[in-house]
Design a protein. Structure first.
Length: 355
């Protein structure tokens, strides 16, 4: 399925590259334990630390963009109603797949608390669900939406270190001291940064996206440069997760990567956009939920006793790891592509039906 002309393909590329990096980082479970260190491993860990911010920022971008476009479409009331229903369906899918992934790892039927374990998908789903009323209400006013989103992002990042001491039940959702791997604080902040960029794009097109990506990267550099001040501002906390300066480093790098991809999309001519490598990345970018689910299933969930981790876990050299990661990405691509085809067929059926 080809992207529509109004689609910002740079965000699809960002999300698709994030899926590939996610496959790579999860496949590190195949490495022998003594190889999980050193320069190469540490470099991969540094790059992999940008995967979650890229995913969450892209999710906020897409939701804000579609809400703003629906609010400005002819017959806005009906367009907004259809968009809201579609958004709620997508959020339900994200949360359902999050529960399925939790089921792969934990006894959710014997211990139901694991159902809402805050891994990346529940974090994205709940963050978007909490943001949706604000995005829907302010979608007719994109300028107000982006500034409110920016203030909400600053608030989320700013209070995150203060939430670290919270105990049950809040720590299961708001910090990493409970079951939460990706708690709402600080990760929901990236949703609002993405929403600010998405609302600018919905109003002003790619130029609006470029301006806000550059502005957020510049603001991030300023906050990043003030790392010692931000580290000393709060009581003792886990800096590499909760501190605003750490978040600034991550969003700066993600925004710069998105800006470069947007520049390439807009200003580099040629037929390369239809090439196999680009389409490969776009399949993951446009069906990232399927990409996440299938690579997790192939890597960790034993089907008739087989999974990549069951067969090769903690036993691979670097060359073996590289080969198996490519195979895993290829298998995930096939399943993701098939899923995208099914979705496309289902979504086209109403359009083909007689009026």
């Amino acid at each position: 399925m080809s992207p529509t002309p109004s689609r910002i393909r740079a965000i699809d590329w960002l999300r698709g590259l994030a899926v590939l990096l996610m496959i790579q980082t999860h496949a590190l479970a195949l490495l022998r334990p003594e190889l999980r260190g050193g320069g190469l491993f540490d470099s991969l860990q540094w790059v992999d630390g940008l995967v979650a911010p890229a995913f969450i920022l892209a999710a906020g971008f897409s939701m804000a963009l579609t809400q703003v476009r629906a609010a400005s479409a002819p017959g806005a009331a009906e367009a907004r109603r259809r968009r809201m229903l579609r958004t709620l369906r997508r959020l339900a899918e994200v949360l359902l797949v999050g529960i399925l992934v939790n089921w792969m790892w934990f006894p959710i039927f014997r211990q139901p608390r694991w159902i809402v374990r805050m891994d990346i998908l529940p974090c994205i789903g709940l963050s978007l669900l909490l943001a949706l009323p604000i995005l829907f209400a302010l979608a007719p006013h994109p300028r107000a939406l982006r500034w409110v989103s920016l203030l909400l992002a600053a608030a989320v990042f700013g209070v995150s270190p203060l939430a670290e001491p919270l105990g049950p039940p809040w720590n299961r959702f708001l910090n990493q001291h409970g079951d939460a791997v990706f708690p709402l604080l600080p990760w929901a902040g990236y949703v609002y940064l993405g929403a600010a960029i998405g609302s600018a794009t919905g109003e002003k097109g790619p130029r609006g996206a470029a301006v806000w990506l550059a502005a957020l990267a510049a603001a991030g550099i300023v906050v990043w440069s003030l790392t010692p001040w931000f580290a000393a501002l709060y009581p003792p906390h886990e800096f590499w997760v909760m501190n605003p300066a750490n978040a600034a480093r991550r969003w700066t790098q993600v925004c710069l990567a998105a800006f470069i991809l947007l520049a390439v999309e807009q200003w580099v001519p040629g037929s390369w956009r239809g090439s196999a490598p680009v389409r490969f990345v776009e399949v993951f970018g446009m069906s990232s939920l399927a990409g996440y689910f299938f690579h997790e299933m192939l890597l960790f969930f034993r089907i008739f006793g087989f999974s990549f981790e069951a067969r090769w876990g903690k036993s691979c050299s670097w060359p073996q790891y590289a080969v198996l990661t490519v195979v895993l990405a290829g298998c995930t691509f096939v399943l993701t592509w098939l899923t995208a085809r099914v979705y496309a067929a289902v979504e086209q059926r109403p359009a083909a039906a007689p009026a």
